[in-house]
Design a protein around this ligand. Sequence first.
Ligand code: SF4
Length: 181
Amino acid sequence: MAKVTVATDWLDTCSGCHMAILDIDERIVELLKYVQFTSTPITDFKHPPKEGVDVGILTGAVSNTHQLEVAEEMRERAKILIALGDCAVFGGICTMRNFFDKDEVLRTAYVETPSTDEWGAVPTSPELAKLFDRVMALDEAVKVDLHIPGCPPPADAIWYALTELLAGRIPVLKGENLTYE
Ligand code: SF4
C-alpha cells in the first residue's frame, strides 16, 4: 500500500509546533510505516512536491509576502491542509504586533533597540519579503481543512489527528486534545 505523503512548513512562528510533532516520540517509528514526510523543516527539504501531497501541515501565522507564498503553495499542493498551533489557528503571539503601526514595529526592531548602532535602518532590499500591515491567521489567507490549536498542541493531539486521517476519518478534537494556551 502506498504511503500517505505529508509535507510541513513554518510561517511566522517559533519552532515549538514542529518540536511538538517530534514529541510523539517513539510513535513516530510506527507512523513512518504508513507516512512519508516529503518536505519539512525537520529534514530541511524545501517545497512540497509538484505532484502534490495527501496532507500539508503549516505552523505559524501569515505576516509577510514570503509566508503568503509558502501558504499558497502548500494549499495548492495538499489535499488536506492542517493549521497546527495557535499561531496558525488564530495568529497567536504573532498578533501582538497588530496593536501597533507597521512602520513603528519596523523602527522598533531595526532602529530603536538599545543594541542598534547609529547606522541602524529599516532594510529596504527588494529581495526581502514585505511585512503586511497586520498578522493573519492561516485561514484568513488560504482555505484550511483542520485546525489543531495549542501553544504548542499536545503531542497526543497531533498523534490523534494524524492517525484519524490515516484511518480515513476527519479528526474531531475534544477533551485534552483541544487546548488553547
Ligand atoms: S503556537 Fe506556540 S509553539 Fe506553536 S509556533 Fe506559535 S508560539 Fe511557537
